[in-house]
Design a binder for this molecule. Structure first.
Ligand SMILES: [Zn+2]
Length: 651
């Protein structure tokens, strides 16, 4: 081939890059955006259309990083040609129809099936006699990974089809935006990356938040004449399919326009274009393939909402859990009608992966959910940013927890203010705004949520620009929220991976008292649907770390109640000590059954200390008397329970 040496160099460079990016992509770590990858591929195609890497679909699955069993696809999973604008799309239709003339085909321009191009991971699910036998990721198109156990947990993958079919159905694993909020709160990493990582986890945790939408089937009992019939068949089998429509060329353009102007932004999942196919399967067959890609199908992409900008600074902000979030300050660019100036970089691992530094040119995008996202570093000018070793707020040394840098100084103002904001935010105490919180922390009146309940009117009224009126309002509102339900109490604490939703999940699964939640083991929690081992561990560790703080909350009267409280012992707290006629567990169950709360120790909030000898002079009993707690024996306790039972029966 007569390529000059410089273009030969470029070809080698491009091939090298594409190979690297492909490997990374299939190992779940996309180094560049699809848009950038496509651009490089286009450049290579222009220089050397026959280059081998353009023909290899996907990349070999790396042997080292995975323990999933490899599996060969009975029918390879290909990829699609693409069109990035109207001209290319029209060109594709024209080319198909030109070729179709030779085979005496009806023009496909009049019979196209249009559907959404889901931004996820392709999956083939095989059924034998209606029973799910295996699910294989796309991998390199020939060989993928058998992730059957994970696929079974995903939404939309039935263990059994309504008919005893032997069929291979193909679809896309996606993470809906609403499911991401519930399953992976606090992250705004691209859902696709989340779905990729989660679907290949060896423990399967989080797979229940993923959804599979199907768009193709191979085998089965029926011959289909059109693409539409296949979609209808999938629907008939009870499977989820993306919306589809049969139309002509102009109709396809209209649909594309509707999506890019409005519909796409309203979806609960991400799509990056439309897939348009000849509806007639005979036409698909006759048009055949070119370079492993079917001629009769095209991915008609949306214009990217991305622009290149330059990094001015990278700031490291310590958040309420101590996690440090890197934020890129870029030269303002207008993307999709909004000016983007700050882009959240999520965590230190992401910064290291990007190799980003001040002065670098970066591709900034706005995703479906309008959150600015840094797609990639386009050109590096100068070194990567130095990873800080000290907290920007308190100067304490930073530690590393997983992908995050964390400030380990619990007195750090960023952590204290953030945690107070979380506490009042979860409870909707509007009067306690960020500014007042900052003042309270600054004045060292508040170090943790429990301190809020020790505040006096004078404390608040003494602050700059505050008066007795607002002070009274704040304190009244704090008290008005009590008692807190257990989920609100736990969710307000602002622990890692432990938001309100997680707390509700625990309560719904029978962990409905603080005692039970605190006694739960990571193994017990990991077994709950929607939890997962990592989160379970995080919850247990978080609770242990906060046990003293929780005690201090109880001590100031913030005692959580079960959401369904209302039994005869509602609002009453009990502690059992020493040897009792029956197992302690039995008494505790009685308390909870009647809506009461079991405390583990003697605090000011304890109403009853149950013991064999109420006149005992033990330290516990003495302490209880000092607090005004009633010391009773087990008979007296049973009398209370009987009274509670009969009062409940009266209702
Ligand atoms: Zn700090």
């Amino acid at each position: 081939m007569g390529t000059s040496s410089s273009s030969a160099d470029r070809v080698a460079e491009l091939a090298e890059l594409l190979r690297k990016y492909k490997d990374a992509y299939y190992n779940g770590q996309a180094l560049v955006s699809d848009a950038a990858y496509d651009a490089l591929e286009d450049e290579l195609r222009a220089l050397e259309p026959e280059h081998a890497i353009l023909k290899s679909v996907g990349a070999p699955v790396n042997e080292v990083v995975t323990e999933w069993e490899k599996a060969r696809h009975a029918i390879p999973m290909g990829s699609l040609n693409k069109a990035v604008n109207e001209a290319e799309f029209r060109q594709w239709v024209a080319r198909c129809d030109q070729l179709g003339v030779e085979s005496a085909l009806v023009p496909i321009a009049n019979d196209l099936l249009v559907t959404e191009k889901l931004d996820g991971l392709s999956l083939a699910v095989n059924y034998e006699n209606g029973k799910l036998v295996e699910a294989i990721t796309r991998g390199d198109g020939q060989v993928g990974e058998r992730i059957t156990s994970n696929a079974r947990r995903m939404k939309g993958v039935p263990a059994r089809l309504p008919e005893p079919l032997t069929v291979s159905i193909r679809g896309e694993i996606i993470l809906k935006l609403s499911d991401m909020k519930i399953g992976f709160p606090g992250t705004d990493a691209p859902p696709r990356n989340r779905a990729a990582g989660t679907s290949k986890r060896f423990d399967g945790a989080g797979c229940e938040h993923l959804t599979v939408m199907f768009y193709d089937l191979e085998g089965g009992d029926t011959e289909h004449a059109t693409e539409k019939e296949k979609y209808e068949r999938l629907l008939q089998l009870g499977l989820i399919v993306p919306p589809f429509e049969v139309t002509d060329l102009e109709g396809a353009l209209r649909i594309h326009n509707e999506y890019s102007s409005k519909k796409r932004a309203e979806l609960d999942y991400e799509i990056d274009g439309l897939v348009v196919r000849a509806n007639d399967l005979r036409a698909q067959h006759l048009l055949g393939e070119l370079g492993g890609r079917p001629r009769a199908a095209v991915a008609y992409k949306f214009a990217s909402l991305a622009k290149v900008s330059r990094v001015i600074a990278i700031n490291w902000e310590t958040g309420p859990t101590g996690r440090v979030t890197p934020i890129a300050n870029v030269e303002p660019v207008e993307i999709g009608g909004a000016t983007v100036q700050f882009v959240v970089l999520h965590n230190v691992s992401n910064v290291e992966r990007l190799g980003i530094g001040v002065g670098h040119e970066v591709l900034v995008s706005r995703r479906n959910d309008v959150i600015p996202h840094l797609e990639e570093v386009v050109v590096k000018h100068g070194p990567s940013v130095a990873i800080p070793s000290a907290c920007a707020t308190c100067d304490a040394a930073l530690g590393r927890r997983g992908e995050y840098l964390v400030c380990t100084n619990l007195q750090c103002r960023a952590i204290v203010e953030g945690r107070i904001r979380r506490w009042v935010g979860t409870q909707d105490i509007l009067e306690l705004g960020d500014k007042l919180i900052a003042q309270l922390v600054e004045a060292q009146l508040v170090r943790e949520p429990a301190d809020l309940y020790r505040l006096t009117i004078d404390d608040i009224a003494g602050l700059e620009r505050r008066g007795a009126t607002i002070a009274k309002k704040v304190l009244d509102n704090l008290k008005a929220k009590l008692p807190l339900s257990l989920p609100v109490f736990l969710g307000s604490l602002g622990m890692d991976d432990f938001a309100l939703e997680t707390a509700k999940l625990l309560v719904a699964n029978g962990f409905d008292t603080l005692e039970k939640v605190q006694a739960a083991t990571a193994e017990e929690l990991a077994a709950l649907k929607g939890m997962g081992a990592i989160k379970a561990k995080s919850v247990v560790t978080g609770l242990a770390a906060r046990s003293e703080e929780i005690q201090r909350l109880l001590a100031v009267g913030v005692v959580p109640v079960a959401p369904s409280a209302g039994g005869g012992l509602a609002g009453k707290t009990f502690c059992f000590t020493g040897t009792l006629p029956r197992p302690r567990k039995e008494y505790e169950t009685l308390v909870e059954k009647h809506g009461g709360t079991v405390l583990s120790g003697v605090t000011k909030e304890l109403h009853y200390l149950v013991m064999s000898d109420p006149s005992s002079a033990s330290t516990k009993a003495e302490k209880a008397r000092k607090y005004g707690t009633q010391c009773i024996d087990s008979d007296a306790f049973m009398t209370l329970v009987d009274a509670a039972s009969s009062s409940a029966a009266d209702v």
